[in-house]
Design a binder for this molecule. Structure first.
Ligand SMILES: [Cu+2]
Length: 178
């Protein structure tokens, strides 16, 4: 029936749009929050700067991810500094400084970023963190498989096949247009 075919196509198109939107959301909305230093938070580490460098090395950071600095107000700060100020623990010229815990710092620039505490000699005692931010949640060229279509009640295989074909044809066209 022509009417059934039209209705099937309409449903297929709607499903295709939903599938593409879910796929886009899965790519772009996935931002992760990282609590800097874990349960130790942002403080003067007992074992020096290796504490934060080893914490950092366990993760891969991407644009949009958030670093959560938990610290005691008045005892520590979160300062974004240049690489040389990071290396030399120069607290005199921070690019940005945050004094209220928790500081939720969104990573919005690719490349390395450097944080130190400006209080006393905390930086030279190891309260310093550098992370490298990647551009996207996947390396360029990575194939991200589309999520499986959501289940729905109708169990007719012909209907499923048609809708699936429309979904994948639409996704293929989408990729071609991109
Ligand atoms: Cu400090």
């Amino acid at each position: 029936m022509a009417g059934d075919r039209a209705a099937t196509n309409l449903v297929g198109r709607v499903l295709a749009i939903v599938a593409v939107e879910i796929w886009l959301m899965s790519r772009s909305v996935v931002a992760t929050s990282y609590v800097v230093g874990g349960s130790s938070g942002w403080s003067t580490p007992a074992n020096g700067a290796s504490f934060y460098s080893s914490w950092e090395s366990a993760y891969t950071f991407h644009i949009g991810d958030v670093l959560v600095f938990n610290f005691i107000n008045g005892q520590h700060s979160v300062a974004v500094v240049s690489q040389s100020d990071y290396n030399n623990c120069n607290t005199a010229s921070p690019i940005e400084i945050f004094n209220n815990s928790p500081e939720d710092y969104t990573l919005n620039v690719t490349g390395p970023i450097y944080f130190i505490c400006t209080h006393d000699s905390h930086c030279s005692q190891g309260q310093k963190l550098s992370v490298t931010v990647s551009g996207t949640n996947a390396p360029p060229g990575t194939y991200i498989p589309p999520p499986p279509p959501p289940p729905y009640g109708y169990s007719g295989t012909g209907y499923l096949y048609t809708s699936g074909a429309v979904v994948f044809a639409s996704m293929a066209m989408y990729f071609l247009v991109m």
